[in-house]
Ligand binder design. Structure first.
Ligand SMILES: C[S@@+](CC[C@H](N)C(=O)[O-])C[C@H]1O[C@@H](n2cnc3c(N)ncnc32)[C@H](O)[C@@H]1O
Length: 347
């Protein structure tokens, strides 16, 4: 998830008072404020502690001290006995995030806090934090299939999050010779929107689980792209439909070679497959984020660039190319070969 409000944006005098051992308290307060939607209740308003207590459901005993702590952090401003949002909050918590993002992000942060309470046991025994705490949970992709609210929050959160990457992809993917793109696991459709806007002759279809299709249809209507972006409820592991000259798999996690083979069969000759990959292709050392990623292990793991390339080749794709399109992001394209018809010798 995108971390917008990095610590260097906090006032220097605040940072000087936060120490490494207790900085988590400041972080937890910001998350509590987000979960209680304090910043959204204050959007465009100045309110007293009593008014905020009532609207956000905060106990009287804690409300003023809690709000004053948010003032100390530079998240709220206080004038007399009235509180309002600071510019930091307006920019990073309100303008940069939808309400769905707020719900999902703050839920994930609380889960992270819980997960970290058993760190010593996790790193000394190798057992997962969920097992230790008895908090087994379904995977993201199981949840999007059965929990309507979760599918909605997840899809809207990614709609916000993926927009900058969508613009980058649209500037860097040559599609002028193609007409119909299948956006497998296309989520909100954010990638499709940027691609059809950059390619006036292109139409796309998002292949997604039914609950995600419902959300995507709503977003497509808001984007006024109903004629050019459609949805199709399905499961890529079961079938990849025909009728498309490009099949894209963008940011879906692990994809089996079996699915790549189905994509190969569904494409016409000369058709293209598109996949994302993270860069560098062969990292020399693990990034610092790898520790938390492995520890928390909530997102479906993706595949390394070399694994994706091998899987495409195993599925018979040719002309496999990987290009860097931003600092950390690469796009892999490959083609279904044009098989020239062999002349049948005349008898
Ligand atoms: C991380 S999201 C990315 C969405 C979109 N491609 C983007 O880049 O914004 C992955 C999406 O893949 C979908 N997905 C995962 N497995 C799928 C499957 N077997 N069939 C169809 N969709 C799937 C999920 O529902 C989810 O919306």
């Amino acid at each position: 998830m995108k971390r917008e409000l990095t610590l260097n944006k906090l006032p220097a005098k605040v940072l000087a008072q936060l120490d490494l051992e207790t900085v988590f308290i400041a972080s937890r307060c910001a998350i509590a404020a987000e979960r209680l939607q304090v910043f959204r209740k204050l959007d465009g308003k100045e309110l007293s502690a009593a008014q905020i207590a009532q609207r956000a459901g905060i106990h009287r005993k804690h409300c003023e001290p809690f709000l004053n702590y948010l003032v100390f952090l530079g998240l709220l401003k206080k004038r007399g006995n009235l509180y309002r949002n600071s510019q930091l909050v307006i920019k990073h918590f309100l303008k940069a995030r939808s309400i769905d993002w707020t719900r999902l992000w703050s839920y994930e942060c609380v889960r992270d806090f819980e997960a970290l309470t058993v760190m010593e046991e996790v790193i000394s025994t190798g057992r997962g934090w969920r097992k230790i705490l008895g908090k087994e949970r379904k995977t993201d992709y199981e949840l999007v299939q059965e929990d309507r609210q979760w599918a909605r929050d997840f899809t809207y959160a990614l709609y916000d999050y993926d927009r900058p990457n969508a613009e980058i992809l649209a500037r860097n993917l040559e599609l002028s010779n193609y007409r119909k793109l299948l956006d497998v696991g296309g989520g909100s459709g954010v990638m499709s929107f940027a691609l059809v806007r950059a390619n006036p002759k292109l139409t796309t279809c998002i292949l997604e689980y039914p609950l995600v299709c419902e959300v995507a249809n709503e977003i497509i209507r808001k984007e006024r792209l109903s004629r050019r972006v459609k949805t199709l409820a399905g499961d890529m592991n079961k079938a990849i439909p025909r009728g498309f000259d490009v099949i894209m798999f963008w940011n879906i996690g692990f994809i089996t070679t079996q699915v790549m083979k189905m994509a190969y069969r569904s494409l016409p000759e000369g058709g293209m497959v598109v996949r994302n990959c993270s860069l560098p292709l062969k990292p020399k050392t693990l990034p610092p984020s790898a520790f938390l990623h492995g520890y928390l292990s909530v997102r479906p793991q993706g595949q390394s660039g070399p694994d994706i390339i091998k899987s495409l080749e195993d599925a018979s794709f040719t002309a496999v190319k990987c290009r860097q399109i931003s600092k950390n992001l690469g796009v892999i394209t490959a083609h279904k070969r044009n098989i020239r018809k062999r002349r049948v010798p005349e008898r």
